[in-house]
Design a protein around this ligand. Structure first.
Ligand SMILES: Nc1ncnc2c1ncn2[C@@H]1O[C@H](COP(=O)(O)OP(=O)(O)OP(=O)(O)O)[C@@H](O)[C@H]1O
Length: 689
């Protein structure tokens, strides 16, 4: 296009983008040169680490560097972008997370916040391809209006073909989403939102916002918990694109370093083992392992020394104060070494006194006092250094170590959990006989519900001395990932409705300050627990000390498909209504009845047609678990999964196979609700007659 025929707004924004790109390129080149220099010392190494972070941030910011502009009523303008840039000490581009950028997401015609116009700038690489202006002095919307911000840019983004990876939404975040992204992070926040309302979008952008706003949070890293490795892969590219590296992504199954899930389990067993009451069972079992106060007889240099029960009781009380089993054991062992050293010193003193008395007797009998020897010269007391040396010898002594081990054995969480899971007497204190039978009948390899129990036990037991060298790594995330007791600055839980109470505990254990954002849809819950409300889901772990927020607009699923979801939601026992769809795709959902024998062939044909129709995009197939093997054989590498596995994912078109079969699965109506809402454009259904 000739520059003369291009609208002025395009030229203006292209010039600005060119200037911003040039600035970014010069900064990148400067940093690259600095990073090529060898670091001479620790200070320089630290500086280089910081520069590398800045360099990475700049490097990644190439795509979508500038995406917005605000024109204020006072005539000033502000460009908003993926990162902040300065030129000659003057602000050039404002980072989207900075307070100054907020009106870009929240100003409305009713509340223009001093702004006259909002402009969305769409770019491809270094070229401006679209400019959408939204006057903020226009007449406010009417009833039923969704109050969208930058509607043109939003709808264009939503209509894009899906790539199989999530993309960022920094340029089109909506007001209700932005409120959550920038919410205060001092306590637990639980966000309820129906399918496609942008819960994942909000959760990930919140991470980027928090790390930008609270710089010290990057030193502790942020943990993002998702439902499956497939989901983590789906969101994996968003976080680096948002410019953050201090993030650890995990599932509840991969959160405990060194332990992996080795088998599937029954829903009944998973439900029982997910209950909060296990904390009590585990605590009681660990407490019972601590030795009781009794007199101890210890051998040193061939002599027995007695430590009275009162002294042992005192040592136990002070050792166990709020400490884990192994920490308390270490403190108790030190005290025992001290008590033994004292007993040895005392015995030696008594002995010396006796010797001295005998010596004085002899002296008096031979009536020769010419030596001048007196009691004070040989009082037998050990000096402080001698006592210290004795304590060290005791601490290093293998026999004493064996004695302490027999009294207070070191334990590993795995062995102890295996013992607990067959301890019918202990289990019967909290479970019915049938529940005890279910738990004790489970095979030994670890199942998913064992991980939170192992984690709780690992915390109660604590690290043994010398165990677990602290993981090393250049970035905080590398160090945090390998360390069970790492304390994160913030924890984000996605698909939080799936967490059992014990999994909630495991998540919260990683952030004692309770700076947690959990997003989910209680109506999509399929996991083996009984929660039908957030209050119920978190009562045992958070009480009522949490804040609720809600997302109400569905961005993913078109209105034609959302219309099918109301009855399914009602069948799932929900009293909620599905979220309102922001757009229509113009494609009506279709349905075809096939016989079981014809199903594989028809499914293969339907997938091929959908792939042709949505060329350049993605197609996914959802089916009941029982039909997956026969379908896999004909569908090749098309994403094929159960409703549960499809949670959090999306494709341009979904082929839903045997909806009745999905409904018949445990919590099947919830599963069908998930399955129906995965497409951004088209839904095809094959029913089996
Ligand atoms: N403000 C936005 N701008 C652009 N795209 C958006 C926005 N909000 C959501 N989306 C898009 O809508 C789709 C659904 O978002 P997301 O996956 O976060 O929803 P969700 O609530 O987690 O859904 P579900 O619970 O069904 O998994 C995604 O493609 C996301 O990129």
């Amino acid at each position: 296009m000739h520059r003369n025929s291009v609208p002025t707004s395009f030229i203006e924004e292209q010039d600005f983008l060119d200037a911003a790109m040039a600035r970014r390129d010069s900064l990148t080149a400067h940093l690259r040169a600095e990073l090529e220099l060898d670091a001479a010392d620790a200070v320089e190494l630290g500086r280089q680490r910081m520069l590398r972070r800045q360099y990475e941030e700049l490097r990644r910011a190439g795509e979508g560097l500038v995406f917005g502009r605000l024109d204020a009523t006072d005539g000033s303008t502000l460009h908003i972008g993926r990162i902040g840039l300065h030129s000659d000490d003057e602000p050039l581009l404002v980072d989207w997370r900075a307070p100054a950028a907020r009106p870009f997401y929240t100003a409305t015609a009713v509340e223009p916040q001093g702004q006259k116009r909002r402009r969305h700038i769409r770019t491809t690489g270094s070229v401006v391809v679209g400019v959408d202006d939204e006057p903020l002095s226009a007449t406010p919307g009417h009833d039923g209006d969704l109050g969208l911000v930058g509607e043109g840019a939003l709808l264009a983004a939503l209509d894009q073909r899906r790539t199989g990876h999530m993309t960022t939404a920094i340029s089109t975040l909506q007001r209700e989403q932005d409120d959550i992204v920038r919410a205060d992070a001092t306590g637990p926040l639980i966000v309820q939102g129906g399918p496609g309302t942008g819960k994942t979008v909000v959760a990930l952008h919140r991470v980027a916002y928090l790390l930008f706003t609270y710089r010290q949070m990057a030193d502790r890293a942020v943990l993002v918990l998702g439902p499956s490795p497939r989901f983590l892969d789906y969101i994996g590219q968003v976080l680096p694109a948002l410019g953050e590296t201090a993030v650890v992504a995990a599932t509840c199954d991969t959160l405990l370093p060194g332990v992996t899930v080795e088998r599937a389990e029954s829903r009944t067993a998973a439900e029982i083992k997910g209950r909060a009451l296990w904390q009590g069972i585990l605590e009681r079992r660990v407490a019972a392992l601590t030795p009781g106060p009794r007199e101890l007889k210890m051998r040193w240099d061939g002599d027995f020394h007695v430590i009275p029960a009162t002294a042992v009781a005192q040592a136990l009380t002070s050792a166990t104060q709020g400490r884990s089993y192994h920490r308390a054991r270490a403190v108790f062992a030190e005290q025992l070494h001290q008590l033994l050293a004292d007993a040895i010193a005392e015995q030696r003193e008594t002995l010396m006194e006796e010797m001295e008395r005998g010596y004085e007797d002899i002296l008096s009998r031979i009536a020769d006092t010419s030596t001048g020897a007196s009691r004070s010269d040989v009082d037998g007391l050990l000096s402080e250094e001698e006592l210290e040396e004795l304590r060290e010898r005791i601490a290093d002594n293998a026999t004493i170590a064996r004695f302490v081990e027999s009294l207070w054995p070191t334990l590993d969480p795995g062995t102890l959990l295996r013992e607990i899971l067959v301890d019918t007497e202990l289990l019967a204190t909290e479970l019915t006989p049938a529940e005890v039978a279910t738990v004790t009948a489970e095979p030994a390899p670890w199942a998913s519900s064992d991980i939170p129990l192992l984690d709780a036990l690992a915390e109660l037991l604590g690290e043994r001395d010398g165990e677990q060298p602290r993981p090393q790594g250049e970035f905080t995330a590398d160090r945090a990932r390998g360390q069970r007791d790492w304390v994160y600055g913030h924890v984000v839980v996605d698909e939080a409705q799936e967490l059992s109470e014990m999994q909630w505990r495991m998540a919260l254990r990683r952030c004692p300050s309770r700076s947690v954002t959990a997003v989910g849809d209680i109506d999509q819950a399929e996991a083996a627990h009984r929660h039908t409300s957030w209050a119920q889901a978190v009562r045992a772990v958070l009480g009522d000390r949490w804040t609720a927020a809600e997302l109400t607009i569905c961005y993913r699923t078109p209105s034609e498909v959302m219309e099918l979801t109301g009855p399914v939601l009602a069948l799932a026992g929900s009293h909620n209504t599905p979220p309102r769809a922001v757009r229509s795709s113009g494609v009506l959902p279709w349905q075809l009845a096939v016989t079981a024998a014809d199903l594989p062939g028809v499914a293969a044909q339907a997938v091929q047609e959908l792939q042709q129709r949505w060329e350049g995009g993605t197609v996914g197939v959802i089916a009941p678990a029982s039909r997956i093997p026969e379908l896999r054989a004909v569908l090749g590498d098309v994403p094929l999964m159960t409703a549960t596995q499809s949670k959090g994912l999306e494709w341009d078109a979904t082929l839903l196979i045997d909806a009745d079969g999905i409904s018949a699965e445990p919590r099947g109506h919830n599963g069908l609700y998930v399955a129906l809402t995965r497409c951004t454009q088209e839904l095809g259904r094959l029913t089996v007659s």
